[in-house]
Design a protein around this ligand. Sequence first.
Ligand code: DQQ
Length: 533
Amino acid sequence: MASTRRLSCSANHYWEAKARSDKLIEPVMIRTSRRRFLAQASILVGAAALEPSSRAFDVGGNLQSRLAVDPLRPQYHLLPAANWMNDPNGPIFYRGRYHMFYQYNPNGAFWGSMHWAHATSPDMIHWKHEPVALAPTPDGYDRDGVFSGSAVLDGETPTVIYTGVLPPRSPSEITLDDGQHKWREVQCLATSKDPDLRSWQKLPEPIIARPPDITVTGFRDPCVWREEKNWLLALGSGIKRKGGAVLLYQSTDLRHWTYLHPLVEGRGTGQPAANPVDNGEMWECPDFFPLGDRHVLVYATMGKVLWRTGHYRDRRFTPDKDGVVDSGAYYAAKTMLDANGSRILWGWIPETRLEDEYRAAGWAGLMALPRALSIGADGGLEMSVVREVEGLRGDHVRVDHALPADKEKSLAAVRIRDLAAEFKAEFAEGRDFLLRLRSEKGEAFAEIAHERSQSVLRVNSTTGEFQTDNPISLRVLLDGSSLEVFANRETVITTRVYTAPRSPLGIEVWDLDALRSLEVWQMNPISKDRLTS
Ligand code: DQQ
């Protein structure tokens, strides 16, 4: 049954509309003859024990035991113990641990009342839930929500800068109008003296109280970095009937800011939209950083995270390459430096089912696995899942024989249990392929295909541009209803699959001549009860 509730998060609005239209379209599955598929195989691991433990989140016993056996709930990704999450906020490596904050609604599995939840990790993979870090202050500048932002070290002092939302005193103060809400957005600051970053002290006044003299389509999601003696701040924004923009500010103390100019501007689609995020006139969650000999901007609009790479001179960014970070369900990305100084990208994997369904499930959203970023030979952005993920690998099957008949035999040993697996496949250059996940009982689960004539990679009905003359290296991470698919570091498609097969999954490959090797690992959960820590 279709939901009648109205959604308030711009990205969510996009996914809800998509979920509704997908309900009307039968899933696109290539109808390839069974005979062309050559194999099925299996790996077995023990089922996770269901054992409640103490939590930073107060999850009711009933809900906790329901979530613990929900087969669609991921087991090795970060997500709150229950309720709604969206954007990663202020990820930072501090005193030997990774701290991740993220948009969180403590009131249920739906967007609203934004808080910053908090989790810590030694390795970006195993997480411990911490108490909620930031909540709206009644009568404060963030009384209607603590929106997205960044964390930096100001000397020794951990400092977060985020967007606070509150009711406007007059229409001229409205900076966020998404067709449902009219809010004033201001930029706020909080510091922490706590080595565990659990407690934060907010400044009573915003550090940027209003936009410059431009009719902005939004004014949020600060990204902050240091350049010699100055701090720079890039803010997601846009100009009405023109397009998205990133506004650049400068400060020496993180508290007093001077607006400089747009760091970069874009063009919207020109189509009318109640929410400017839907037609590209508002860019959310900008993240700007040096990488190799270039600079990179990632930003979120029209349901996607996009990247641009180019050169940054005189405080202006001139991009000369662009692309899509992930052609699937992935939004509001945010980067940080890891313990070794590598640039790591985080992102929110939203639900693509109807709101009624995820409200009933009691949880919504998960954090994508961390991706290490680099610049490719052509100057474009490349990414691959961080090596730390490999620590979760369990039972393993390798298929790399010369003869298709031998490959077929090894594939017949693969069984993926509990929807938790990683696999890597290498295909010869210049060949199409189709890889299908299907349960022992014959239930279709997912298809991953390279269709050269269309220059696409396809995961179920989602396609991403993919063109190569090189061999193809495919890496797939399956965790409950989440499927992250990487092809040659350039094309990524994250999808959600909401069917829980009644038996373990096998893998079928067409054609086995093109397949050079396949490795499959059962993945171990990061907690015993799907509650993450
Ligand atoms: N989510 C936050 C905003 C941001 C949006 C609110 C992007 O700060 O623009 O939850 O998903």
